[in-house]
Ligand binder design. Structure first.
Ligand SMILES: Cc1ncc(COP(=O)(O)O)c(C=O)c1O
Length: 400
């Protein structure tokens, strides 16, 4: 019998070429491949807590299952979870959002995607400080928007100020994205400066998107939301996530607090894509927000201990600079001392060599818009941090 199958030429839609594969995912996949081959890899690539989800949250999900809470919910999330989000935000940050200004999504990433799709027309500009979290760029490109990058100063801890942003604003600027504390640098925008950025944006009718994904993990200041400013609700777009705060990355629950017409537009979009986030995860999320919060403090104390260790050890490597992270759980050291040496042309090659030779997985700075850094997640055990940073140390000494 002859094979009648014909080869299919798969023509992928043009818009997919506007986005690239997330570099963080690429590193994770390569590290996983090597691990499967039995290679002893120290993994600093993953951007997720190494803690388990707290027990009270898991029990809420089990109860949801036992109660057969396993059907569709409202597209934009249950009324109860929206209420829990508004109350949580009010209690922690002094805001006064109503459930019709809230949307529950499949993780924080999904809120950013929905909001950008709902607001950006082709050619609209989105201002993004560098280094930036990879997803912003791709999501804006996918919507046909134009990313306008704002360089920051490593010697000032990569923080962004209103005066750095102002020259980049044009008649086409639609959104400014601020992620404080930041992935990948741990940089913080101080309260007064954040307020200046808010005024700069609101005076011009520009939306200020505040990605609060790491806002409970701060080392030298109290959690703060720019959405608590008087009048902020008109132009501030809050992006929230339970992934990091409650070690719930796999549960996929995020939320947005935004003007009601934008919530309505995003809900319409969501009704034709994911529909509601998983019903059981929504029950767990309500418990996370309303239940005991001690687990967050426990994680923060451990991250602080690791941050101090990581920064000290990285700065002890000859030629290496490391700005002090003021929040989140990433260090962003400058390894420029080995770029241009021994065939290492850029941070992509540096990370390939670190993985292949030192057996340490880290993410190249190019993914975040800078060309001399790597991102290292310290959401891993002290033992792994000791082993991994020692390996990086040896590698740098050998190659510089
Ligand atoms: C800055 C930032 N924002 C948002 C997210 C979204 O997280 P999730 O989609 O898991 O809620 C992440 C995850 O890494 C992040 O680093």
């Amino acid at each position: 019998m002859t094979d009648t199958k014909t080869a299919v030429a798969h023509t992928i839609a043009d818009r997919i070429s506007l986005i690239s594969v997330s570099s963080t995912m690429k590193v994770a996949a390569e590290a996983e491949r090597l691990r499967a081959e039995g290679v002893d890899i120290v993994d600093f690539g993953a951007g997720e807590p190494d803690f388990p989800t707290p027990q009270n949250i898991k029990l809420a999900a089990i109860r949801a299952l036992d109660d057969n809470f396993t059907k569709y919910t409202a597209v934009g999330g249950t009324a109860d979870l929206k209420k829990a989000v508004c109350e949580y935000h009010a209690k922690n940050f002094g805001t006064d959002y109503k459930p019709n200004e809230c949307l529950i999504t499949v993780g924080g990433k999904h809120i950013i995607f929905n909001a950008v799709q709902a607001l950006i027309n082709p050619g609209d500009e989105v201002v993004i400080p560098v280094p930036y979290w990879v997803t912003y760029k791709d999501v804006v490109n996918y919507a046909g928007g134009k990313c306008v990058f704002v360089e920051t100063d490593e010697d000032r801890g990569f923080t962004v100020t209103a005066s750095m942003i102002e020259p980049h604003l044009t008649a086409r600027t639609k959104i400014i994205i601020i992620n404080s504390p930041s992935n990948p640098s741990g940089a913080l925008v101080d309260r007064e400066e954040f307020q200046k950025i808010f005024r700069l944006a609101s005076e011009r009718g520009i939306y200020l998107m505040t990605d609060e994904c790491y806002c409970r993990f701060l080392y030298d200041s109290q959690p703060y939301s720019i959405a608590s400013m008087p009048g902020a609700k008109d132009t501030v777009l809050v992006v929230g996530s339970l992934s990091k705060t409650y070690a719930m990355t796999g549960w996929r629950i995020g939320y947005g607090l935004m003007p009601a017409p934008i919530i309505t537009a995003m809900t319409k979009l969501q009704s034709h894509s994911t529909s509601n986030p998983t019903s059981i995860a929504q029950k767990a999320a309500a418990e996370a927000l309303r239940g005991p919060q001690e687990s967050v403090d426990v994680m923060l104390a451990e991250y602080r201990r690791r941050r101090d260790f990581v920064v000290r050890q990285l700065r002890a490597i000859p030629g290496v600079k490391c700005a002090e992270p003021r929040g989140a759980f990433y260090a962003y050291p400058n390894l420029g001392v080995v770029i241009g040496r021994n065939g290492i042309q850029n941070t992509l090659q540096l990370c390939e060599r670190l993985l292949g030779e030192a057996k340490v997985a880290v993410v190249p700075g190019e993914a975040f818009g800078t060309d001399r850094h790597i991102r290292l997640s310290y959401a891993t055990s002290m033992k792994e941090l000791e082993r991994g940073i020692e390996r990086i140390h040896q590698f740098i000494v050998k190659n510089s």
